[in-house]
Write a protein that binds this ligand. Structure first.
Ligand SMILES: *Cc1c(COP(=O)(O)O)cnc(C)c1O
Length: 393
């Protein structure tokens, strides 16, 4: 490891393009640029690339290709699932169940429906961030049209018991959507095993390009189209296909299918070492999320008596890229709704640090962070007026 190598540990926010994904995209950026709707030979090649991409993405989650709809990313997929199902099933009722720790892509869509007169139940989670399937059962009503529970939380890494929840929604004949942006590409996601009807995910969290995602929809699901226009995506999400990104997404899915188990086997012990090393070296830390039922690459803590953002900037200066609990809330006022939901105090939530590992991280990177972080934290604690006397050195 060279001295000025950047140690990137923010894979929950964005992953680097895999070189083989880039290679798969390149022909469609220039040489084979025709629209996939064109009847020309070049157009047919683009159409074939879209079909291949769809097949590969479907294979990754145990779906059929015709059940995969390409979108611009996780946010669009989640918004489409919430609004599209709501609009198409309004005659049955106007009630939606979700959790209090959803990504804003789901949470804000549900809150918009609430403003429009829908009933939204935001289920609480326990201290580890887990939704109790029994709470879902109790919240179901005759007018419930959708249950939307994320697969794994982007801030604290907790993985939700989707197959149990899915069994309950299946019995009640209510549609079940999951925001799986953090899990597709990271852990096994099988739409049948998890009893899912709709799944949102995105390529840039799995070494694919930004600006392309997918919504899986079980065959026969009634949904209001996302857009109106051409015939693309079975007329449900029309617009000229993003052929290079679809080809890249497909290749990323294929690579995940081939190498996903190896990635998990490599990342899990590194994550555990990161936790143990940091917990051993720094007093007064709080672990966020469930210690076992969590993403293989996610380490999330609250460091008492410091500002998470100060720690982050100091790490950045030292060449380590991390995040506070969620990149998406940086810049917005207030503490993370996820950390509040799992019971952190305001001041603890302000000291959050998330390090999310990826395929280019090595054990020596983890050791470097374990070496750097205690001194950074100590420096800020020594400067802070709220640090208790016995922690000042
Ligand atoms: C990243 C992410 C999203 C948003 O995906 P985009 O492709 O950036 O729109 C939604 N939900 C979760 C859980 C995420 O991690």
């Amino acid at each position: 490891m060279s001295k000025d190598e950047i140690i990137y540990m923010d894979h929950a926010a964005a992953t680097p393009l895999h070189p083989e994904v880039k290679e798969a995209m390149e022909p469609y950026l220039d040489v084979k640029f025709a629209s996939a709707m064109s009847l020309s030979g070049m157009g047919q090649e683009a159409k074939y690339a879209v079909a291949t991409g769809r097949q590969r993405v479907a294979d990754l989650i145990g779906a059929r290709p015709e059940e995969v709809y390409f979108t611009s990313g996780g946010t669009e997929s989640a918004n489409w699932a919430v609004f599209g199902i709501a609009r198409a099933h309004e005659s049955k009722g106007r009630h939606i169940i979700t959790s209090s720790i959803e990504h804003h892509a789901v949470l804000m869509a549900c809150r918009r429906l609430q403003e429009l007169g829908w009933d939204v139940t935001e289920l609480p989670v326990d201290g580890d961030g887990i939704v109790d399937p029994d709470d879902v059962r109790k919240a179901l009503r005759a007018d419930t049209v959708l249950v939307s529970i994320m697969h794994a939380n982007n801030e604290i890494g907790t993985v939700e018991p989707l197959s149990e929840i899915g069994k309950i929604t299946r019995e009640a004949d209510v549609l079940f959507h999951s925001d799986a942006a953090q899990t597709v590409g990271a852990i096994d996601v099988d739409v049948d095993a998890l009893n899912l009807d709709l799944v949102s995910f995105t390529a840039h969290k799995m070494y694919g390009p930004k600006g392309i995602g997918a919504l899986y929809m079980r065959r026969g699901t009634r949904i209001e189209p996302m857009f109106y226009g051409g015939a693309q995506e079975s007329e449900r999400r029309p617009g000229t296909e993003n052929v290079p990104c679809i080809a890249g997404f497909g290749r990323a899915a294929e690579l995940t299918k081939e190498r996903g188990a190896d990635r998990i086997a490599k990342l899990t012990p590194m994550r555990d070492r990161l936790f143990d090393g940091i917990l051993d070296a720094i007093p007064e830390l709080v672990v966020n999320g469930h210690r076992e039922r969590r993403l293989p690459n996610n380490m999330s803590i609250c460091i008492r008596y410091v500002e998470g953002e100060s720690v982050l900037l100091a790490l950045d200066l030292a060449g380590v890229v991390g995040s506070t609990a969620s990149a998406c809330v940086s810049g917005t006022a207030g503490p993370s709704h996820v950390l509040m939901a799992v019971g952190r105090s305001m001041s603890d939530a302000n000291g959050s640090l998330r390090l999310s590992l990826g395929r280019c991280n090595e054990p020596e990177h983890v050791e470097r962070v374990i070496e750097l972080l205690p001194a950074i934290v100590q420096k800020f604690r020594n400067m802070s007026p709220i640090t208790p006397e016995h922690l000042i050195r």
